[in-house]
Design a protein. Structure first.
Length: 82
């Protein structure tokens, strides 16, 4: 007849509601609202996010190719070594 462990303190003027996990839907409106919303958000940010990544990739790949080119020896420097 005592107070339950989770309700040891009485708080006034605060109303809390809870719903059992068994009564909730795990993915409500996932296909009807979730996927179109995701597509809208991606398409809205595509041209703001993609160009910096493309530019960074081009610079990175150019830098690696230039590094590999500069590591090689010049065959013209050794043409008359005999």
């Amino acid at each position: 007849m005592g107070i339950k462990f989770g309700n040891l303190e009485r708080v006034r003027h605060i109303i809390t509601y809870s719903l059992s996990p068994f009564e909730q839907k795990a993915f409500p409106n996932y296909f009807t609202k979730g996927i179109p919303n995701m597509w809208r958000r991606i398409s809205a940010q595509f041209f703001r996010v993609t160009p910096p990544f493309v530019i960074a990739y081009v610079i990175y790949s150019w830098g690696n190719e230039e590094f590999e080119r500069l590591k090689r020896k010049n065959p013209a420097d050794y043409a008359n070594d005999e």
